[in-house]
Design a protein around this ligand. Structure first.
Ligand SMILES: C[S@@+](CC[C@H](N)C(=O)[O-])C[C@H]1O[C@@H](n2cnc3c(N)ncnc32)[C@H](O)[C@@H]1O
Length: 309
């Protein structure tokens, strides 16, 4: 589904060519689809959605150069990259994966997903990230003799507020941030947050006072963040001493960070451990956690709780 601003070129004829192209693609006639998209683009040469669709079509045909050229045009027409052309270039091996995720893409994805998110994740994908993190935090507290109650929790990438709901009984005061205004709208309805902001978690953390929080949570969010170390380091800065952060990541067997076929990042075990160590946090829980399923299979990941001395 295209982000709303991209659904029409503003020209009826071009829109019609695009629709015919999508029908041809559905019929697996990729040559006709590419031809119709080129016709649409002759009429509306600045239509990012048609360039993106042409990129996908050429990729499906195995014509990598033409696909890359079309994705580059999509990026040029929409520098915010709501459709994720940068990610497609990275998947083609033509863009560094670490630089490929745009905030425009994540925002458009979750603005569109927001009304269906909870049903899809909870029922379809058996998502249990918030519960797993809550249990991991409770165990970290038990092991260190800390009372599992927090004055100020920050929920990074709060989404519709699932983690907020799960952690609410443990917290007096909770603030959340998310890139997607529509996700935040849903989170607001939960009535568990003191404040909610729309924006990037990095800027949100930068705006918090040093030592002002005693729990920072990021449930299933770092799948959109290539560089963990600066974020974990900022988490440490906003934590008061004796307090905790808790997050999940998807993982893979290799080294470093990779961009998977589902356009999410997976971080190696060593990368996560290094980010925590570099930030000067103590690792309290580091355990395998398949927080969600994909195509009926658990997606491998880690559940992490780290503490500030
Ligand atoms: C898979 S959802 C998880 C939502 C929620 N934490 C939960 O457990 O249900 C990922 C969320 O992270 C948000 N997100 C991704 N990158 C972000 C960033 N850099 N800053 C703020 N929010 C971000 C997305 O908009 C989306 O709502």
């Amino acid at each position: 589904m295209l982000p709303p601003a991209f659904r029409s070129s503003g020209d009826l004829l071009a829109d019609r060519r695009y629709d015919y192209a999508m029908a041809a693609k559905a019929d697996k006639d990729l040559v006709a689809a590419a031809d119709l998209l080129k016709q649409a683009l002759e009429i509306a040469p600045r239509w990012a959605a048609a360039w993106f669709a042409l990129g996908e079509t050429e990729r499906a045909r195995g014509v990598t150069e033409a696909a890359a050229a079309a994705f580059r045009q999509a990026l040029a027409c929409d520098p915010d990259d709501a459709m994720g052309a940068g990610l497609m270039l990275a998947r083609l091996g033509l863009n560094p994966p670490e630089a490929a995720m745009s905030t425009g893409y994540v925002t458009a994805l979750y603005d569109d997903y927001a009304p269906r998110f909870e049903r899809s994740l909870r029922e379809g994908l058996t998502y249990r990230g918030p519960e797993m993190l809550r249990d991991a935090v409770a165990r970290a507290c038990a092991a260190s003799g800390r009372i599992p109650h927090f004055d100020q929790m920050l929920d990074l990438g709060c989404g519709t507020g699932l983690a907020g709901e799960v952690f609410a009984p443990l917290c007096s005061h909770m603030d959340g941030v998310d890139l997607s205004a529509r996700m935040v709208e849903q989170a607001r309805r939960k009535g568990v947050y003191h404040s909610l902001s729309v924006g990037d978690l990095g800027a949100f953390l930068a705006g918090r006072e040093t030592g002002s929080a005693d729990l920072v949570v990021a449930a299933d969010v770092f799948i959109y963040c290539a560089h963990l170390a600066p974020i974990v380091s900022e988490m440490r800065r906003v934590l008061s001493s004796g307090s905790l952060c808790a997050f999940t990541v998807e993982t893979h067997e290799g080294e470093g960070v990779i961009l998977g076929a589902a356009l999410r990042y997976a971080h190696s075990e060593a990368t996560v451990r290094a980010a925590v160590a570099e930030a000067g946090l103590a690792l309290l829980v580091f355990e395998p956690a398949a927080i969600r399923q994909e195509a009926g299979r658990p997606v491998p990941g880690w559940s992490v709780v780290a503490g500030k001395a």
